[in-house]
Write a protein that binds this ligand. Structure first.
Ligand code: FES
Length: 120
């Protein structure tokens, strides 16, 4: 399998503290969060029903989707509410003012059980 390289995503100044920005890299929608003085990248949409995470409310280390209240840890991508879900996480590298993201998930982002039978 070919090595996936980091790709330029945006400028650090594009994302204010306690903000987020969605970027599309290799066809993947990825959200870059700026909180607690660092940048973290996860899959770009809520696992419940696809709402863009860049539009969600960020408080400290958590992001809450306004549609139905699903909540995630920004540090880990793990679900807080519900706890059995998770976002994919992507490596971020700061090169001067530029943020580069490797569009290859570090984790599967899989739920802890099969939710495919649920009708959200
Ligand atoms: S779409 Fe995010 S909680 Fe429903």
């Amino acid at each position: 399998m070919p090595e996936v390289d980091f790709e330029f995503a945006c400028l650090a100044s594009d994302i204010p503290e306690n903000g987020a920005k969605n970027v599309n890299l290799n066809g993947l929608e990825i959200t870059i969060f700026h909180t607690l003085n660092r940048f973290v990248a996860h899959s770009g949409v809520c696992k419940h029903n696809g709402f863009k995470l860049e539009l969600c409310e960020i408080t400290g280390d958590s992001v809450v989707c306004p549609l139905h209240g699903w909540k995630y840890s920004i540090s880990t991508g793990k679900g807080i509410k519900p706890s059995w879900t998770a976002l994919e996480t992507y490596p971020v590298a700061a090169r001067g003012e530029e943020l580069w993201v490797k569009p290859e998930a570090e984790n599967s982002g899989a739920d802890e059980f099969d939710t495919s039978a649920f009708d959200w």
